[in-house]
Design a protein around this ligand. Structure first.
Ligand code: SF4
Length: 213
């Protein structure tokens, strides 16, 4: 095998590793707990349109394909680099059990890194905005709630700069139960459909209705 082939294989296997980590493993976790009578809701699912969960099951290939993107690869490499600098190479799966809609639900999160029990979320952005995005704030608050932490650190890494925001956690069990019950589709009306990989298959999309900004 040539050196070029070796390098190409590393890149291709990294794409497959992302699919394994972010899609396959999560679905395996869901199935594992389903067999024990518990429903798993992942933190990222509480920060996005609820209808995506249904379309994900209908069109798994669509989301799979979206992972084969150089942008995702760069984000993944940055996450690995920051974790390595923090000397924290491990995964941090964490969950809490709640009862919502009469069902036992495990709210399950994978935290990028921990500093003395404080969750750290690492985001790669091509553009650096002045304030954190609302869905990233919610995601980090949920991680802090899972860790019983009053604070989380939201870290943006971008070619334009690096910003770290301290996000105070004000969520409690009742707030999270409400969030589970909410099931908004889309959750973020101003922009979510415009960036959604399922948009072409979705009858709820606001992209063509004139509702989206
Ligand atoms: S297109 Fe909009 S409503 Fe449809 S799944 Fe995506 S985010 Fe949800």
């Amino acid at each position: 095998m040539s050196q070029k082939d070796t390098l190409e294989n590393i890149v291709i296997s990294t794409f497959h590793e992302m699919v394994r980590k972010y899609l396959d493993e999560r679905e395996n976790t869901r199935e594992l707990w389903k067999a024990k009578g518990k429903e798993v809701v992942f933190v990222h699912e509480l920060c996005e349109c609820a209808y995506k969960r249904k379309l994900r099951l209908k069109f798994p290939e669509v989301e799979n394909a979206s992972f084969f993107s150089p942008r995702f690869l760069v984000g993944y490499f940055i996450e690995l680099a920051v974790k390595s600098l923090l000397n924290d190479p491990n995964e941090h799966p964490v969950f809490k059990e709640l009862v919502a809609n009469g069902k036992h639900i495990l709210v399950y999160g994978h935290i990028d890194a921990l500093i003395d029990g404080t969750p750290v979320e690492i985001k790669y952005q091509t553009d650096l905005q002045g304030v954190p995005h609302e869905h990233h704030i919610l995601q980090l608050k949920l991680y802090s709630w899972l860790m019983n932490s009053t604070l989380g650190l939201l870290t943006y890494v971008s070619p334009e700069g690096i910003k770290i925001f301290e996000i105070k956690n004000d969520l409690n069990d009742e707030n999270v139960i409400e969030l589970i019950k909410q099931e908004s589709s889309p959750m973020w009306r101003e922009w979510e459909c415009n960036y959604c990989v399922f948009e072409r298959f979705c009858e709820k999309s606001l992209t063509y209705s004139g509702d989206s900004v």
